[in-house]
Design a protein. Structure first.
Length: 240
């Protein structure tokens, strides 16, 4: 499937992806039990590197193209299930102990990501519905995450505000994933105007699934867990 985006957008996307991977590794180190920071960081770096390399190799091999049913239809569910499992795992529980400002601020990566997607639309490599000019409003999640992250550096974030933000971000994530699935060149395609979404078929842009969407989904689960843990820690009489 032909896909030749401008080199500047490819470079920007790779740089952003590496930044997100490093941010995840930093948060993992922050969440590690006392005395195990180095071990968690080393293992995390190995897992992240292998994960990204494996997915890039898979896309580059062309194995995701073709098949009956199309093999790419199994690609997204496997990634999403893995993300949910990580978010609900003991590692997710440790991440949920981090300050809410850090967990929310991480999602600011979705702002520059949406800028890259809009650039791909302008270059004719992505359909309009995948951008803020169409139906993808996930830029609001990234911009608000940046604002809340900056606010958290000055004062604690109200849990109710974080909960509302997390609901919004989760909903927008579901919407953009649904748009991508129904814009891809498979039998599920419903958006027929413009080019199809072929990002999952091409390295390094397939990292949008297994790094960016993966991070966003794990992040939302962890934020919900963090809010639940903080509420559970409040004495019952204080909630009455």
């Amino acid at each position: 499937m032909p896909f030749a985006p401008p080199a500047s957008l490819t470079t920007a996307f790779v740089a952003l992806t590496l930044a997100v991977a490093l941010a995840n590794l930093w948060l993992l180190r922050r969440a590690a039990p006392a005395g195990r920071e180095r071990a968690w960081t080393t293992r995390g770096a190995v897992v992240i590197a292998l994960w990204m390399t494996a997915h890039a190799t898979l896309a580059h091999s062309g194995v995701l193209e073709g098949g009956v049913p199309p093999r790419v239809l199994f690609y997204l569910p496997v990634t999403l299930i893995t993300a949910v499992a990580l978010g609900l795992s003991p590692v997710g529980r440790r991440l949920a102990t981090l300050p809410l400002g850090l967990l929310v601020g991480l999602m600011a990566f979705r702002l520059p990501l949406e800028m890259v997607l809009h650039g791909l639309f302008e270059s004719g490599d992505l359909p309009i519905q995948m951008t803020w000019s169409g139906y993808n409003l996930d830029v609001l999640t990234g911009a608000s995450a940046l604002a809340l992250g900056l606010l958290a550096s000055r004062r604690p974030l109200p849990p109710a505000l974080v909960f509302a933000w997390n609901l919004m971000g989760s909903a927008l994530l579901v919407i953009v994933v649904a748009i991508a699935v129904t814009s891809a060149p498979t039998p599920l395609r419903r958006f027929m105007a413009g080019p199809p979404v072929v990002l999952p078929f091409h390295a390094p842009f397939n990292w949008i699934v297994n790094v960016h969407v993966f991070t966003a989904l794990v992040g939302h689960i962890v934020v919900f867990r963090a809010l639940a843990a903080r509420r559970a820690a409040i004495p019952a009489h204080a909630l009455a």
